[in-house]
Design a protein around this ligand. Structure first.
Ligand code: OGA
Ligand code: MN
Length: 281
């Protein structure tokens, strides 16, 4: 197994490693160390059945389902389809426009996931990259006064699905009343400490962070926009260009990510698992 860093902010490719094989404890510990060091690991050239994708994901913790149950695989409810493939009725098999904005997965829940493992079964020849932004680096780059202020604040997160669904070209299905009821949102610290590395990371994102708690609306907007500026500074970004059968494992506790568009006549078909996390502190 070889771990090759892909940028100096985050991201490393792991080659010569089979996520679907038997992995002894010492090897797994080395992968865990690489994940701590690089925040996003790209396992190249994986031949994984859904069972193998699930089994490797479960080495990292319990798996979460997803509020958008209509996009979970019927036979594998812990696999979420991110796909523009259509069924016979012309309906997309998965979320076609997943994450086309900066976000961390599911930050709108009280206990957001630690990580996500996205497997590229079919990838377009061009486009459809995923960008990752190190929120350790974003935090480190804040001026001292802003670091202090941010560290004292909490923010409200919410999944504004209706707005995403209404955006141009979205093929997303509406939520049921039951799903709508579950979207209560969550409040999290603006700066969190990573439970494994002990490093501090900015934990607000343009996708789901609505407002700062106990800060007037105008100031909340201005301050969030300032923080988002640091959070998405090109200097903290690694851009991943997919190869078919990449398995990409990212850390939601210290990264944001952003999907980019691809030509409508190409297929992008992926499966995602989501590993449970802990309450951000
Ligand atoms: C996701 C997501 C990004 C992409 O699956 O959580 O944001 O590039 N996907 O598909
Ligand atoms: Mn995402």
């Amino acid at each position: 197994m070889q771990v090759n860093p892909l940028s100096d902010v985050c991201g490393a490719e792991v080659v010569g490693f089979d996520c679907g094989g038997a992995i002894d404890d010492a090897t797994f510990a080395a992968v865990r160390q690489a994940f701590s060091d690089h925040s996003v690991l790209i396992f190249r050239d994986q031949q994984l059945t859904p069972e193998q994708h699930l089994a490797f994901s479960k080495r990292w913790g319990d798996l979460n389902g997803h509020i958008l149950t209509q996009y979970l695989l019927p036979d594998y409810p812990e696999l979420l389809a991110v796909s523009n493939k259509k069924n016979d009725a012309g309906e997309p098999l998965g979320i076609e426009d997943a994450g086309r904005y900066w976000h961390t997965d599911v930050s709108y829940e009280a206990v957001p996931p630690m990580g996500s493992l996205l497997y590229g079964l079919e990838v377009p020849a061009e486009g459809g990259d995923t960008m990752f932004a190190s929120q350790y680096r974003a935090y480190e780059k804040l001026p001292n006064d802003l670091k202090e202020r941010a560290s004292s604040l909490k923010a409200r997160h919410r999944f504004n699905y209706t707005q995403i669904q209404a955006s141009k070209g979205s093929t997303r299905k509406p939520l049921t009343d039951e799903q709508q009821k579950q979207l209560v949102g969550a409040v999290h610290p603006v700066v969190r400490t990573h439970p494994e590395t002990g490093r501090k990371a900015l934990y607000v994102n343009p996708g789901f962070t609505e407002s700062l708690i106990d800060v007037a609306e105008d100031e909340s907007r201005t301050l969030l926009d300032t923080l988002f500026g640091y959070a998405t500074d090109p200097a903290v970004i690694y851009r991943h260009s997919w190869q078919v059968r990449d398995l990409v494992f990212w850390d939601n506790r210290c990264l944001m990510h952003h999907a980019t568009p691809y030509p409508a006549d190409s297929i992008r078909h992926m499966h995602r698992t989501t590993v449970a996390g802990s309450v951000p502190v």
